[in-house]
Design a protein around this ligand. Structure first.
Ligand code: SF4
Length: 180
């Protein structure tokens, strides 16, 4: 039996809905696991892609701060094929609405000015991520496969992974993109 395809996933700035959709493959996940070695993901105890690399990396969410940029670059450097999963990863998505104002204004609104806040203060610590403009994954690193949707349906994710484990490049077009 050929070696299993190593797959890692991670999330950047998103809502976790794309990973929920991945889990929505239900029993087909078991089918895939015959061919896939699921490495680091937010749903396993392994939190970083293998240092010696994986075959497929999957990123949900956009890049909008120093931490997500680092996670994104690490995944890119450790995977052969990178999939941008979902509209936030492919286009930037909902988090790009924050690009209409400065980071300082967004922090002020979130931590000080919200109607429910009393004595609010913008958190500051050297360990906290530094906010950046929200960007699609391919504005930071090269992406090999784009899987849009908010979230992409489990059928589409299953199709893409099935094609990759079969050694083929998925052809996402026509009805395969007609799920909105
Ligand atoms: S694409 Fe949609 S489901 Fe996926 S992380 Fe963004 S908002 Fe959530």
């Amino acid at each position: 039996m050929p070696a299993k395809v190593k797959v890692s996933t991670d999330w950047l700035t998103g809502c976790a809905g794309c990973h929920m959709s991945l889990l929505d493959m239900d029993e087909r996940l078991i089918e895939l696991l015959e061919y896939v070695d699921l490495r680091s993901t937010p749903i396993t105890d392994l939190k970083h892609p293998d240092k010696d690399g994986v075959d497929v990396g999957i990123l949900e969410g956009c890049v909008n701060n120093s931490t997500t940029e680092k996670v994104c670059r690490t995944m890119r450097s450790r995977c052969k094929i990178l999939i941008a999963l979902g509209d936030c990863a492919v286009f930037g998505g909902v988090p790009t609405m924050r690009n209409t104002c400065s980071a300082a204004a967004a922090l002020q609104r979130a931590y000080v000015e919200t109607e429910s806040t009393v004595d609010g203060k913008v958190p500051q610590h050297e360990d906290l991520a530094v906010m950046q403009e929200a960007r699609a994954v391919d504005q930071v690193v090269n992406v090999d496969i784009y899987l849009p949707g908010c979230p992409p349906p489990a059928d589409a994710i299953f199709y893409v992974l099935s094609e990759l484990v079969a050694g083929r490049k998925p052809q996402l077009k026509g009805k395969l993109l007609d799920w909105h």
